[in-house]
Design a protein around this ligand. Structure first.
Ligand SMILES: NC(=O)c1ccc[n+]([C@@H]2O[C@H](COP(=O)([O-])OP(=O)(O)OC[C@H]3O[C@@H](n4cnc5c(N)ncnc54)[C@H](O)[C@@H]3O)[C@@H](O)[C@H]2O)c1
Ligand SMILES: O=C[C@H](O)CS(=O)(=O)O
Length: 493
């Protein structure tokens, strides 16, 4: 197994990146039969790593290791667990350049954005290093004179984690922080396209002194087989998944036999609404940030932009002018604003959505074709005069395409914005206080950005409603997903 010289030569600390998974404190560089899989740089198609193709057998072994390690970890004081998370946080920040380099090489996002993702993930370690020390139970009055009611909060046990390729560092950090903080053990499986960021985090867990078996990492191509092994193993008490709604549905079905507890962070289809009284410059800037961050490959990015009639043309001109200035290219090149799409399937979906919209009457205002920056690059694209019958109104485009819908009344746009099975994030720009309250209350989403296009932070409860998921990550609410509540009835008092 190997990491390419092209990648290792860019690292100040090559030891950060073994070509291996981690089970019970042992780095697994080879699996029986020798199966391997390749990791490629989406910016240029170059192979940057060859890794062992771990599967169901290694997953079962990792669950066993986690099961053995978890009880002792839960018996540590919250202060001790907090100190370990703080150490991991500090190590991540000390290696932010190498972790950002690894992320850009395996996922393609611009280096500055990659370092921002690493810091964002570290912020969850810091938050739950503090939160871990504030997990408390309760003592309630008994309903009979000789009874006392005690409520205990205890860690749920072994937690499986399956994460996506679009934020390969932060999505894992956002899960492992509360889980480890409250006393759980972890078996993590990153996306096959982007396993290297997770390997580096596993290495830093080792350096932070986490006990062997507490954090285990399964790298492999066969997500379905690994997921089935997790769902079938009753030693695993919780599965935390971030990815598509389609896979989240599969995992729910697979976990049903054991009533497996789930946290699901799934797909989105965010409406971004601009009302007549909005600050036009701020709205255009917020929409650009929300739409084109990570080349539009973000679960909370604006997928549908609704602009009220009175300012539609002015907004469309301002937004398109800003979109045209964005530069697709290799994430290590200064001045590049957008990386590539992750793979050919992602590019094909973007092209399909644009072609479908144009065939149904949409007007191209900017972009609309592949970029000459490379095989998987697509220009920042703006479409106007789009309608609800187009695919990009119903499906998550997951690419740098901004469809501008026109609307007249508040009631009309709320109905259109809610006309989706998704319910993750929504945004709107308005200044009238009554409008802000009524629209925020009427939108059926787990997260609402008002006069801002960026809402994600460690102190807020991140998550969706409808088919965008279950549970929350971050904030003081995020610890609950990894805790069980136990009621103790004390009699004979
Ligand atoms: N809500 C959020 O916080 C959030 C964050 C990032 C991405 N997403 C969503 O994820 C999707 C894009 O990411 P993706 O393409 O990696 O999603 P995906 O669902 O294809 O894959 C996500 C993970 O699941 C694994 N997987 C695939 N099939 C599986 C199966 N049958 N059983 C178990 N695991 C399986 C993959 O290997 C990967 O690790 C988009 O829909 C996006 O909106 C949501
Ligand atoms: O893709 C969805 C992630 O949750 C991105 S972020 O949390 O908004 O940065």
């Amino acid at each position: 197994m190997a990491i390419s010289d092209a990648l290792l030569s860019r690292l100040a600390d090559p030891d950060l990146l073994p070509a291996a998974g981690l089970v019970d404190g042992r780095w697994i560089e080879q699996v029986p039969g020798g199966a391997t899989f390749a990791v490629t740089n989406p910016a240029n198609g170059e192979e940057i790593a060859t890794l062992p193709d771990m599967g169901a057998a290694e997953t079962a072994e990792a669950i066993g290791a986690a099961y053995r390690a978890q009880k002792a970890w839960a018996a540590r004081t919250a202060k001790e667990r907090s100190a370990a998370l703080r150490k991991l946080h500090d190590l991540i920040l000390a290696h932010v350049d190498d972790l950002g380099t690894i992320l850009t090489m395996e996922m393609g996002k611009p280096f500055g954005e990659a370092k921002g993702e690493v810091r964002y993930g570290a912020a969850y370690l810091e938050w739950f290093a503090e939160e871990a020390r504030r997990v408390q139970g309760d003592v309630l009055p008994g309903q009979q004179g000789d009874k006392r009611v005690l409520v205990l909060k205890q860690p749920i046990g072994v937690v499986g984690m399956i994460t996506p390729w679009n934020f390969p560092s932060a999505m894992l950090a956002r899960k492992m922080a509360p889980a480890l903080g409250v006393g759980c053990a972890v078996v993590a499986k990153p996306a096959e396209q982007t396993p290297l960021s997770a390997i580096a985090l596993a290495r830093l867990c080792e350096r932070a002194g986490l006990p062997a078996g507490l954090f285990n990492l399964i790298v492999g191509m066969d997500g379905p087989a690994i997921g089935k092994a997790m769902c079938a193993d009753t030693r695993l008490r919780k599965l935390s998944f971030t990815g598509s709604t389609e896979v989240g549905r599969i995992l729910m079905r697979q976990g049903a036999d054991h009533i497996l507890k789930l946290s699901l962070e799934l797909g989105g289809n965010a409406p971004f609404i601009v009302f007549d009284d909005a600050d036009l410059d701020a709205a255009a800037k917020g929409a650009i940030l929300s739409k084109y961050r990570n080349a539009g490959q973000t679960c909370v990015c604006a997928n549908r932009i609704y602009v009220q009639d009175g300012i539609y043309d002015a907004f469309a001109d301002k937004f398109a002018e800003a979109a045209r200035t964005l530069r697709p290219g290799d994430g290590f090149v200064d001045g590049v604003d957008m990386g590539p799409l992750i793979d050919a399937d992602g590019l094909a979906k973007v092209e399909d959505h644009v072609a479908d919209a144009l065939s149904k009457g949409a007007e191209l205002v900017a972009g609309g074709s592949r970029s000459n920056a490379g095989a998987l690059f697509y220009e920042p694209t703006v479409l106007r005069n789009v309608t609800a019958d187009m695919k990009l109104a119903r499906e998550e485009t997951f690419g740098p395409v901004a469809p501008l819908f026109r609307f007249e009344t508040v009631e009309e746009v709320i109905e259109q914005a809610n006309a989706t099975d998704y319910g993750l994030a929504a945004y709107f720009y308005a200044r009238d206080l009554s409008c802000v309250w009524r629209v925020a209350e009427a939108l059926e989403y787990g997260m609402i950005g008002v006069n801002t296009g960026i809402i994600s932070n460690e102190g807020a409860p991140f998550g969706g409603v409808k088919q965008s998921g279950l549970g929350r990550e971050g904030s003081r609410y995020g610890a609950d997903d990894y805790l069980e509540m136990k009621y103790v009835c004390l009699g004979g008092v």
